[in-house]
Design a protein around this ligand. Structure first.
Ligand SMILES: [Mg+2]
Length: 257
């Protein structure tokens, strides 16, 4: 990944958004945590900013416009926490879960690997106070957000070592390392949505390293917006979920006009 780009001004992003708002078929997609929902210490307490949720729903209901949330969360959690109406497309598990039928798509071998993975990670988590595991349909996330700070890295490394010889797909996040029994990728999910919805251009908001796979798939007519600090392939950057809400509201107005 390149070094942090020269910070773009709000004016540049504004210009890019007003340009992209004029395409025939627009897809506005966003990550959930840290993007439309502020980060909280208990993942179950995360909720979208009302302004962001309202704007996303409004975009989804506009003609020739689609909206989507693409999250690392399990689809059913994303559905509950986001409170998004049916018009907003939801993609869970970093792009692996497009709908409720997804569970049937995992074969017995993958299911067995997932059970073994869950056991292994639970054993590692037990050794570190505050470390927790979260089991999803195709993965186990190992969280150290609430672990003793001095232990956090060691706990993450132990989790990795425990499955070193396994055929497993690893995704790094903020204070979390996720282990999936099948390959998942937000970029592929974004491409699938773009195709399905026949989008002329895509706007994508993300804050975490997993979102880089999404930014990587964007092309010239698209707008990628990184939320917060850190290296990124996105061309634009904003500070916080409040800024995402503002950008979404702007898109609603521009798309209506
Ligand atoms: Mg996020």
């Amino acid at each position: 990944m390149p070094e942090d780009p020269v910070p773009v001004s709000g004016e540049d992003l504004h210009r890019a958004l007003s340009e992209v708002a004029r395409v025939p078929q627009l897809l506005v997609a966003s990550d959930f945590d840290g993007t439309v929902a502020p980060i909280v210490s208990n993942p179950a307490d995360a909720r979208p900013l009302p302004a962001a949720a309202d704007a996303l729903a409004a975009l989804a209901r506009l003609q020739s416009t689609s909206a989507a949330l693409i999250s690392g969360r399990a689809l059913r959690d994303l559905k509950v926490l986001s409170g998004a109406p049916a018009e907003v497309h939801l993609v869970g598990s970093h792009g692996a879960e497009f709908d409720a039928d997804f569970l049937d798509a995992i074969d017995d071998a993958a299911r067995a690997r997932l059970a073994e993975l869950e056991q292994t990670m639970a054993a590692v988590a037990q050794r570190y106070p505050g470390a927790t595991i979260e089991t999803k349909p195709v993965s186990v996330a190992f969280h150290v957000r609430n672990a003793v700070p001095e232990d956090a890295q060691e706990a993450l490394d132990d989790a990795l070592n425990a499955v070193r010889d396994w055929d497993i797909h690893i995704t790094e996040g903020k204070a979390v390392r996720e282990f999936a029994v099948i390959d998942t990728d937000k970029g592929a999910a974004l491409e699938q949505l773009r195709e399905q919805l026949d989008a002329t251009a895509v706007v994508f908001f993300g804050d975490d390293v997993t979102d880089e796979k999404g930014f990587q798939r964007l092309t010239d007519g698209d707008v990628g917006v990184k939320v917060g600090p850190g290296q990124t392939l996105a061309r634009y950057r904003v500070d916080s979920p409040d800024d995402v809400a503002t950008a979404l509201e702007y898109l609603v107005r521009a798309r209506r006009g």
